[in-house]
Design a protein around this ligand. Structure first.
Ligand code: G
Ligand code: G
Ligand code: NA
Ligand code: MN
Length: 248
């Protein structure tokens, strides 16, 4: 069992490790960016998945520092690379005014490089204080940061709030990808979701792409980007560079 003290230490003593999963442009056939996924190394050296500690981080108020550390670490480790680093932010982080102030300074320091930072928010982010959240996202976009809506289609979003959201990217939940090419209903649904995203001016990412048939289908149906085990599993910093080297 992970306890609060252990989590606090891990954040302070920098025992957070990032893995990077490629976001692949299926038309240009090149790397568009990576999603940064945090892991925690415990005292025994084992890697713990965020599923085991994000809730604890939220309950103990440590989530802001965790999310900040992930942003710093990703931008540091991938400093020399010219693509988008996409980080997940918890709903409470987005509403946290201290985070917002920190983010402004950080974006200012990044300068032009701010456009290489993307934040991923979930639909749950908008459940409380919607107006505050929307204005914060708008402001962050003015600083150059990109905003993606994660796991779209399985949460609470209604089309009416999608209309008000300042977004760059719509990430379609992986449950829509699973039966692509096999189920006519799923094909039609995916096709509609891609058109919905494009109609609102967003780039569309299909999550959970595991087969070449799915890639082919998504390319034909004009999805922009894909993410999933077919392209690559989440990789360590070193393995990502090796993987990129093998592309050439
Ligand atoms: O690959 P994976 O098992 O790591 O992801 C599990 C969940 O943890 C995903 O829903 C992902 O969005 C979330 N997650 C991964 N990294 C972070 C992070 O740095 N901050 C927050 N708030 N959530 C994260
Ligand atoms: O909630 P979010 O979309 O941030 O979560 C990302 C999670 O999805 C991570 O746990 C990651 O390891 C997982 N994931 C990434 N690609 C695939 C895939 O192709 N198939 C499945 N089943 N899971 C995936
Ligand atoms: Na995500
Ligand atoms: Mn997702």
């Amino acid at each position: 069992m992970l306890i609060e003290q252990e989590l606090r230490d891990a954040i302070q003593k920098r025992k957070l490790v990032l893995q990077y999963q490629p976001l692949w442009d299926i038309h240009q056939q090149k790397l568009w960016g990576v999603e940064c996924l945090v892991r925690l190394q415990n005292r025994q050296g084992r890697f713990i998945s965020p599923e085991e500690f994000i809730n604890l981080a939220e309950e103990t108020g440590l989530i802001r520092r965790l999310d900040q550390r992930v942003i710093e670490l990703a931008m540091e480790e991938l400093r020399d690379l010219d693509f988008v680093c996409s980080v997940n932010l918890s709903p409470s982080t987005i509403r946290d005014s201290e985070f917002f102030a920190w983010m402004r300074d950080f974006a200012l320091r990044l300068g032009e490089r701010a456009s290489r930072l993307q934040i991923e928010v979930t639909e749950g982010t908008l459940m409380q204080e919607r107006d505050v959240v929307v204005s914060r996202l708008e402001e962050m976009r003015r600083w150059g940061i990109k905003v993606a809506l994660d796991d779209f289609g399985v949460g609470y979003s209604s089309m009416s709030y999608l209309k008000h959201l300042p977004l760059d990217v719509l990430k379609l939940d992986r449950s829509f990808t699973t039966y692509l090419g096999e189920s006519e209903t799923d094909n039609r649904l995916m096709d509609s979701l891609i058109q919905l995203g494009h109609g609102l001016g967003f780039k569309v990412i299909a999550e959970g792409v595991e087969t070449s048939e799915q890639v082919q289908w998504l390319r034909t149906h004009r999805c922009d980007l894909i993410q999933g085990y077919h392209i690559s599993r989440p990789l360590s910093h070193r393995d990502l560079r090796q993987w990129m080297g093998a592309l050439k």
